[in-house]
Design a protein around this ligand. Structure first.
Ligand code: GAP
Length: 444
């Protein structure tokens, strides 16, 4: 396996660009710090991860429903949530190199970039991104791009509860974009200014809060182990100490992943108390209190939140998948030929099966025989280059299986299936290939 070092990051960033997973936004203009574009393979990977999360969190449960809210909502939402007044980092400016950085990056009173001792006092810098709605650009028309996807869930709590006839305990989930004016976007997509979150807010009776906190901790562990097939040695849980907790939170934990640049937060599971519903009730003057018709009790539900970055999940999958090993062919001078292979689990692999006619002359019969597989699996039909090169191309993008249609296929109605990880090959009759592929992908 490849060593998890910073060079791995360089190789990975270069592979992502070369193969069209992820590249800088507005690259022909020199890029735009903290903004990234997902190319054809990146968008496929992203969709697959979103679908897995949605299936695990929403579709398999009767007590979690979905939402797709607007990105810009009433500015008072962000006043109520505390973001307008408190969502900030302490920043320092260097009078020497004119750079701005976070207070916690300064050691011994020195600028981390040029070493100058001429620094300003720390000042609060709000991370909310702003815009103006309507033709006048003044304070009254100012609005914010959402900094987290969960606030509209709290704002819509009553409409969703009533329209979906949910009773406690139940959850509302949303996947979508969030925006933060991060001062130092870094580590590829890890800290971006525009990113996607997958959040679920679970509303419970206050007396059942800890049992649901433990439930979601264990469900999210199960998701990483069984759905994303993470190596559990690369995942750990960090419980927040009292100094890390938000003032309204009873407890919180992070799922951390071991990235090549160290252990870092992937997801947060937070006990948010009843803070959000109370705040929005006060600011909107619409009471979001819950009435239990069995016990006749009125109360604000407590919220257990699971919040994960989609881009961070993808970065973790990319880091975990990247590998270099010895290929099946060796050069004539006996030098070991290394291949780059992305060992994605089949559920998220952008392409699940490469369809490869051995020769251009076989393109038509191969299409006729293999095209039906596209109705069920994510396939890539590739006719260009030697078969060895085509296997390499598929290995590099993490395709679990390739099917080769050769001249014998015309006679024996069979194809060769090649396994990405073992590079083993076997012959399978065409009339069994769909079931075989389905079984092998499910077990992958
Ligand atoms: N609603 C709670 C919330 O937003 P958070 O810890 O600020 O909590 C949740 O963010 C998750 O969103 C993080 O665990 C991380 O995966 C992702 N995230 C946060 N800021 C990010 C950024 N600048 N770039 C990429 N992902 C980010």
């Amino acid at each position: 396996m490849a060593e998890q070092t910073i060079p791995l990051m360089e190789n990975l960033v270069s592979l992502c660009k070369r193969r069209g997973f992820i590249f800088p936004s507005s690259e022909i203009y020199g890029g735009f710090g903290g903004f990234w574009d997902y190319g054809p393979l990146g968008v496929a990977l992203k969709r697959n991860v979103e679908n897995l999360w949605w299936n695990f969190m929403v579709e398999r449960r009767d007590n979690v429903v979905g939402l797709d809210s607007s990105i810009i909502c009433h500015p008072r939402v962000w006043k109520a949530s505390g973001h307008v007044d408190h969502f900030s980092d302490l920043m320092i400016d260097c009078k020497g190199c004119k750079r701005r950085f976070r207070d916690d990056q300064v050691e011994a009173g020195k600028c981390p970039f040029c070493g100058s001792l001429e620094l300003t006092e720390p000042r609060q810098f709000n991370l909310m991104m702003q815009t103006y709605i309507g033709p006048v650009f003044d304070e009254e028309h100012r609005a914010y791009l959402r900094a987290e996807t969960c606030q509209p869930i709290f704002v819509d709590f009553d409409s969703i509860r009533i329209s979906s006839r949910q009773k406690l305990p139940f959850g509302i989930a949303q996947i979508g974009k969030a925006f933060r004016n991060e001062i130092n976007p870094r580590n590829f997509t890890f800290r971006s200014r525009e990113f996607s979150q997958m959040e679920m807010e679970f509303f419970v009776h206050p007396s059942e809060d800890m049992q649901w906190f433990e439930y979601w901790k264990s469900e999210r562990t199960r998701y990483y182990r069984d759905a994303l097939k993470f190596d559990m040695d690369k995942l750990r849980i960090h419980d927040h100490g009292p100094d890390e907790l938000a003032h309204y939170a009873k407890c919180a934990l992070d799922f951390q992943f071991e990235f090549p640049f160290g252990w870092q937060e992937l997801e947060g599971v937070h006990h948010r108390g009843d803070y959000d519903l109370r705040q929005h009730s006060e600011y909107s003057e619409k009471d979001l209190v819950y009435f239990d018709d069995q016990t006749r009790e009125r109360f604000y539900p407590v919220v257990i939140e699971t919040s994960v970055g989609l881009d961070r999940t993808i970065l973790a999958l990319l880091c975990a998948a990247y590998d270099e090993d010895e290929a099946e062919t060796k050069k004539e001078d006996k030098e070991v030929d290394r291949r780059v292979v992305m060992r994605f689990p089949a559920a998220v692999a952008p392409i699940q099966c490469g369809l490869l006619p051995l020769s251009k002359k076989l393109e038509e019969p191969a299409q006729a025989a293999l095209q039906p597989l596209r109705e069920r699996f994510r396939c890539d039909f590739d006719v260009t280059g030697s078969i060895g090169k085509r296997y390499r191309r598929q290995d590099e993008i993490g395709t679990p299986f390739c099917l080769t249609f050769d001249f014998d296929s015309l006679e024996d109605h069979s194809v060769t299936i090649r396994h990405r990880d073992t590079m083993e090959q076997e012959r399978i009759p065409l009339d069994q290939i769909e079931n075989e592929l389905a079984a092998r992908l499910a077990a992958f």
